[in-house]
Design a protein around this ligand. Sequence first.
Ligand SMILES: [Mg+2]
Length: 362
Amino acid sequence: MKIIDVKTYSAVYPVKEPFANAMRWTRERPFGIVEVQTDSGITGWGEGAAVPPRRAIEAQVLGRDPFHTEVVWEGLHRMGTDPGAISAIDIALWDIMGKALGQPICNLLGGAFRDRVQAYATGLFRKEHADPTAALVAEARGYVEQGFKAMKMKVGFGPDYDLKNVAAVRRAIGERILLAVDANCGYDRGSAIAIGQRLAEHDLLWFEEPISADDVEGYGEIRRALGLRISGAEQLRGRWAFRRMLQERALDIAQPDVCICGGFTEFRKIAAMASANHVRIIPHMFGTAIRLAATLHLLASLPDSPRALEPFPTLLEYDMSENALRTDLATEPIRHAGGMVAVPRGPGLGIEIDREVLEKYA
Ligand SMILES: [Mg+2]
């Protein structure tokens, strides 16, 4: 089998109700999508932080066997291609391999430890509300009513906002729901430690991206200063960036994103390095239906760590924000039921792309 064409799509979903994390307001959601065509008639779909440049596709992808994932990855990387763009091609190649073999990608990854994954609701952003606390409380209660047993809210807006709103959300959802917080790199070391010490009393599952991912030593310092699990690395590209984080003992939880770190091929290497360093993997997921499906196959393939009777949940980040490219791009949308999400069973990614939806936003 040979790759005969690669189509690239830059898709943008315009958000109707803008929302903010600690760094920026989101008014549109851009995604890079690729469609890799083979001479056997099998087509694979991939998503990345960007799409690869044409010259890289022509030099390293066209004419190759789609099973040669390592060769294609290495070729693209040697040409200086951003791993965020390599991700898109790599995911499409795994989709093709699965379709050619009639197997879901999780089987190609070594088999599924679970066929359903516990999801945590990602939402609770800052929005334009007259009473932000009341809006966050109502949103959090809504997630509990839908059956979620875990959720994550945004912090990083200063001690007044963070302490008041985390306390209000914790009070509203009760003690038994898992609650994580995410500062999206909005603090420096001193603020992260000072605010983290006060947030810790609300029984948090983890404190995500307290500071810039460039400050690797700072992560280690914050981790040793706080009685909280520290997570991060969602924007890191390639295994070498993760190596630094692991060497510095900077994280309790690494959050590689399959569409940013370099696709399935690179994610597996990062997961192996994390496992050897006793660091948990909880992938980042904030994208289209392609990223959601790819992340589910990876989550199916991660063993419990430790292998306890009541293991720490292997959690799917379930993005609750508005994005038609997540909810409508697959002809059969991937939905949660009572906070659980089934791993797609069909060959490859296990989803069919709705071309009308893709054309509408591309
Ligand atoms: Mg995050």
